[in-house]
Design a binder for this molecule. Structure first.
Ligand SMILES: N[C@@H](CCC(=O)N[C@@H](CS)C(=O)NCC(=O)O)C(=O)O
Length: 213
């Protein structure tokens, strides 16, 4: 399997951690991708021009959720159980909905970054940024009401992997100070970081320090 991604991508990071957690790192090659380079063949692999992409034989799989589903299927076929999406029936679909929530929070965060990156300063639309940030805030309010604690040791599920990558991404790109909205997640991050394989190795190189990093 070849993963097309770039080191700062929180989505690519989710896939890398999922692969570590499933003990499949020996089957993976990471190949750098540059979404801004029109000559990068990632645009042939995914016409949307987005990363991550997982190349499996002749197939190019995207987006992140499809890739995580694929990895989960591989794991289930070999081990008969699941780490990323444990449970079945409605429980599993509830988990997948929570994953959609975190991925949506990240999509909103990325759009905030792009508003600053791609628009000339005098054309930036603050109401658009607020619209995106409100999605993150409403999701954080829901997560807070769930009172999360991290108890899965070295085997986080896909939602937990996504949440750790999202909070680190907000520290990296600084769209929002999540500590103001999810103060309990500092302890959560500490518990996650100390036991999940691949957490430290996949951090963006120049992210600010934090007690758990
Ligand atoms: N929801 C998508 C988001 C992927 C995404 O936005 N990736 C960013 C990099 S972190 C990207 O490829 N951006 C380039 C673009 O939007 O053209 C997923 O889950 O894979």
């Amino acid at each position: 399997m070849i993963l097309r991604t770039s080191p700062p991508s929180p989505f690519g990071r989710m896939v890398k951690i999922a692969i570590e957690v499933q003990n499949m790192a020996d089957q993976l090659t990471v190949q750098a991708a540059d979404t801004n380079d029109p000559n990068d063949n990632l645009r042939q692999q995914n016409p949307l021009g987005k990363i991550p992409i997982l190349l499996v034989g002749d197939d190019a799989l995207y987006d992140t959720r499809v890739i995580l589903d694929y990895l989960d299927e591989e794991y289930r076929a070999k081990h008969g159980n699941s780490v990323l999406f444990p449970g079945s029936g409605m429980d599993m679909f509830r988990l997948k909905t929570k994953l959609a929530r975190v991925i949506g929070m990240l999509d909103a965060g990325i759009l905030i970054v792009y508003e600053g990156r791609f628009r000339p300063e005098n054309m930036r639309v603050e109401s658009f940024v607020d619209y995106q940030r409100d999605k993150i805030l409403r999701s954080m309010a829901e997560i807070k009401s769930e009172n999360p604690t991290y108890t899965n040791g070295a085997t986080p599920n896909a939602v937990e992997i996504a949440l750790a990558c999202a909070l680190d991404h907000y520290d990296y790109r600084k769209q929002i100070n999540w500590r103001d909205h999810l103060p309990m997640m500092e302890a959560w991050m500490t518990d996650f970081a100390k036991s999940v394989p691949g957490y430290h190795a996949t951090l963006p190189e120049d992210i600010d320090p934090a007690p758990w990093r």
